[in-house]
Design a protein around this ligand. Structure first.
Ligand code: 13P
Length: 255
């Protein structure tokens, strides 16, 4: 039985001062029993990472810290970028790579996502690799082709231990739309993702890899999604910006 992994992706929301307030509110909503049962990750913007990390340290909070993106080099002439080494020095635990918004708006290919994945693993951090199909791809019966290709690109020939990778299945049509995948749809595609990992990396890795669902997760649908056998966690966007909603999602994710 794996510990559920619930992560809040704050996207481009909250200044560092607002982030401080949100973490404080969240810490009032959650207790030790919640943190014993669920691993809770907060992924604020780069400008808030140091602030949130300091608060976690000083108040001995049990949140894990995540970044939303990373560059694949440790340093260099890459204006505006942030390296895995910089994130590791900030006690960041998780790094989201290949979010569909980055693939869509910033042209991130499977190849770039893979370079970031390797760099994150190389720095001793845990990548959360996002995969998912568009509405047109789903309607065209291409869900498995698209998602399977993204998963293969992430796992094929991986030097690091594949069991360390977290995958987030985020159907693009469900992100920020209020249209959640049904628990059956989420289960079906996540089980398919696990079968692709088994083909590429072996059965042990496929069993060990944690796979999250993301896309319009709310307090009202979290428990049903988490109730499916292959769903190991949730990646939450909009609802993670509301302390009461995110806390309710964490509580609903307890086994
Ligand atoms: P929403 O929960 O706002 O649909 O966003 C999901 C997401 O993209 C998390 O990474």
């Amino acid at each position: 039985m794996k510990t559920p992994l619930v992560a809040g992706n704050w996207k481009m929301h909250r200044t560092h001062l607002e982030a401080l307030m949100l973490v404080q509110q969240l810490s009032y909503e959650l207790d030790d029993f919640d943190f014993d049962a669920v691993e809770v990750v907060l992924c604020p913007a780069f400008t808030s990472l140091r602030t949130v990390q300091t608060l976690i340290d000083s108040d001995r909070l049990h949140f894990k810290l995540g970044a939303q993106d990373v560059h694949w080099e440790d340093e260099g002439a890459y204006t505006g970028e942030v390296s895995p080494r910089m994130l590791a020095a900030l006690d960041v635990d998780y790094v989201i790579v290949g979010h569909s918004e980055r693939r869509q708006h910033f042209g991130e290919s499977d190849d770039i996502v893979r370079r970031k994945l390797d760099a994150v693993l190389g720095a001793g951090l845990v990548p959360i690799v996002c995969v998912g199909e568009s509405e047109a791809e789903r309607d065209g019966g291409q869900t498995e082709g698209k998602v399977g290709g993204q998963v293969k690109a992430a796992f094929d020939g991986l030097h690091a231990d594949p069991a360390k990778v977290v995958v987030a299945y985020e159907p693009i049509w469900a992100i920020g739309t209020g249209r959640t995948a049904t628990p059956d749809d989420a289960q079906e595609t996540i089980a398919f993702i696990r079968s692709v990992i088994a083909d590429v990396s072996g059965d042990d890795a496929a069993r060990a890899v944690r796979i999250q669902y993301g896309g319009s997760v709310k307090p009202g649908n979290a428990a049903a999604l988490m109730g499916r056998p292959d769903v190991d966690g949730l990646l939450v966007g909009g609802a993670s910006l509301d302390a009461a909603d995110f806390a309710a999602i964490v509580k609903a994710s307890k086994p």
